[in-house]
Design a protein around this ligand. Sequence first.
Ligand code: C5P
Length: 233
Amino acid sequence: MNKDVIIALDFDNKEKVFEFLDKFTDCKPFVKIGMELYYSAGPEIVREIKKRGHKIFLDLKLHDIPNTVKKSMKVLSELDVDMTNLHASGTINMMKAALEGLTRADGTRPLLIAVTQLTSTDQESMENDLLIKEPIDKVVMHYASNAKLAGLDGVVCSPLEAGKVHGVCGEKFLTVTPGVRLAGDAVGDQKRVTTPALAREIGSDYIVVGRSITGAVDPVVAYKQCVKEFLGE
Ligand code: C5P
């Protein structure tokens, strides 16, 4: 299935992760493991969560010379995750090398998704710090096109950009979108948020939801509400 709700497991240790996952007794949500958890608990946490039957998005955002990224992706492909990512700013050659590294001997591989411009980068910091003078929307769409050209499966973007990315890169090019909140939940540090229902309407393929689920009084109820709104199930 190419549409799903992914829970961001933004916990700093393994005990908290398992305490959280143990609440899900009748379903196995797709989960995201980010840098904080991976760097504190190591590859073993990936294997353990996989063994419990969850699909995994390993969000490590690689960015290095093509050869290093290729070899690192080869290691990650052995962890048997379902999705992983890198920075599109590493160039088309780096993305192609990543794809080669990620592809296993039998031709299978996890989905590979590119980060375009981080949502923490705005027009001003892009111009002043990175010396990129084009409008940020144009840069995001250009990086998405580069990712498609390199053969990647999609990009991480705001749900509000999902329709435009599909317009530029095609309906099959995946949009993986954080910045999702259940109606009435605190926005926190996210700048522009949508509900799962609106993300579905605009055309997100995967929504990534952290605090609206992990911080809920009943995370299972909150997860099921996201699934109901986003997938109509
Ligand atoms: O708690 P919240 O729903 O805001 O969590 C969103 C998750 O998606 C976090 O793990 C965050 O690091 C990640 N993310 C994001 N914006 C991006 C890329 C990743 O919020 N542009």
